[in-house]
Design a binder for this molecule. Structure first.
Ligand SMILES: [Mg+2]
Length: 265
């Protein structure tokens, strides 16, 4: 609740400063500003901001971890609280009616935190080192997310996973999810991973055996449509760290978890 207030006061402060500068005329003369050339934010500074946001610390095993009292954890807690309310609403509605509520979770940086990989690779991506990292099945949890999975299960909201990880990474993903306590519905009927060689028929609008042309949004929304249309659930909540996890419909509400470390189109 304090965040909009902080933004409002910052805007007010800028307005005052602008008035003062305008009034004194030459106060800014000779200053070179980033705004005049649209110079992007400095990447070294951004890297420090990201560390501060996660409260990044190196643990005894040499793994970068997010701090439980970081702004990141605070933002996660806010999204989690909103999702829990939606789970409660759905549980009440299911109790009174005939709906079959479901919740859909992305995996990377929604349930399993990749901060250690990202920081050690300067927030870049390399398919070989990434695959090796995923296969270690040793990522820490995104704080609060396994608890949210278990909360949904407790309330009778069916848990599904909708991830861009490949089907070849299934055993590592399942092992890692178990390890962090997201041990709910980790079977092939609930964990949807990308099988480019043999795509399911419900993705036939963008993929057929041998040809994969699905964008992330087509793949993920197509999977949610399958959960609703073919499996008969009502997806009441969709949780992801990328906008491409959340676009394309087939969910009553979406919950965007923070992730300033990469962008997936
Ligand atoms: Mg993700």
């Amino acid at each position: 609740m304090h965040k909009p207030l902080r933004i409002a006061s910052a805007v007010a402060a800028c307005a005052v400063a602008g008035t003062v500068l305008y009034g004194t005329g030459a106060a800014t003369a000779g200053q070179s500003t980033a705004n005049s050339t649209h110079e992007p934010y400095n990447i070294g500074q951004l890297s420090k901001d990201i560390d501060a946001y996660y409260g990044t610390t190196l643990d005894a095993d040499g793994v970068y971890q997010a701090s439980p009292d970081s702004p990141y954890a605070e933002d996660l807690a806010r999204a989690d609280a909103a999702a829990r309310k939606q789970i409660d609403r759905a549980a009440r509605a299911a109790h009174h009616g005939h709906t079959r509520p479901a919740i859909v979770f992305d995996i990377d940086d929604t349930l399993l935190l990749s901060l250690d990989y990202e920081k050690k690779n300067n927030y870049g991506y390399d398919s070989d080192t990434w695959a090796a990292y995923v296969d270690r099945a040793d990522r820490p949890a995104v704080p609060g997310s396994p608890e949210l999975v278990r909360y949904a299960e407790k309330k009778g909201v069916e848990v599904f996973y909708n991830s861009g990880l490949s089907d070849a990474q299934r055993s590592a993903a399942v092992e890692n999810l178990k390890k962090v306590g997201a041990d709910v519905n980790l079977d092939t009927d609930h964990v949807f991973l990308k099988d480019k060689a043999n795509p399911p028929s419900y993705l036939s609008h963008c993929a057929t055996p041998g040809t994969w042309d699905c964008t992330t949004v087509e793949y993920k929304a197509g999977t949610r449509r399958h959960i609703e249309r073919d499996l008969g659930y009502d997806v009441v909540a969709n949780v992801g760290d990328q906008y491409s996890d959340l676009q394309g419909g087939w969910a009553d509400r979406t919950y965007k978890l923070p992730n300033p470390t990469y962008f997936v189109e």
